[in-house]
Design a binder for this molecule. Sequence first.
Ligand SMILES: Nc1nc2c(ncn2[C@@H]2O[C@H](COP(=O)(O)OP(=O)(O)O)[C@@H](O)[C@H]2O)c(=O)[nH]1
Ligand SMILES: [Mg+2]
Length: 125
Amino acid sequence: MGDSKAGRSSIAKVIFQKMVSKSTKLLGETSKMESYDFKIQKIEFKLYDFPARYDISDPPPNEQMIFKNAAALIYVLSPQSDLIKAIDNFHSIYNYVKKKNTNSCPIFIFTNKADIDLTQPDARN
Ligand SMILES: Nc1nc2c(ncn2[C@@H]2O[C@H](COP(=O)(O)OP(=O)(O)O)[C@@H](O)[C@H]2O)c(=O)[nH]1
Ligand SMILES: [Mg+2]
């Protein structure tokens, strides 16, 4: 989950679909949840990529099950994120997951776009 244009879908598609990183520029907004299956040493994982504009207050039953059973949540930010909006959104997701997840899953915040030079005037929007 995370802020709009933080790079969630880019990371997933570069890693799991071998997308060339340059092509991620062409990715549109994620309008509904997408999933990726992968295996590490015979253990099967499923990664869910949620839209930025996701309403955590009323997920449909299949998505409630995902939040209930998740083993980890990664919230992706970028240096270009609107931090006030992102913290607000994170807070709602955090509260929901803390209440509903039955695994006491760890929650990570990942700051993407480490290549962006914030000293450049056009780096922040
Ligand atoms: N500079 C930079 N741009 C990135 C990086 N990762 C993704 N992007 C760009 O950020 C934009 C939004 O990416 P997207 O994956 O659609 O974000 P999402 O809304 O979080 O799914 C795209 O133009 C990507 O090419 C990164 O590490 N560095
Ligand atoms: Mg996306």
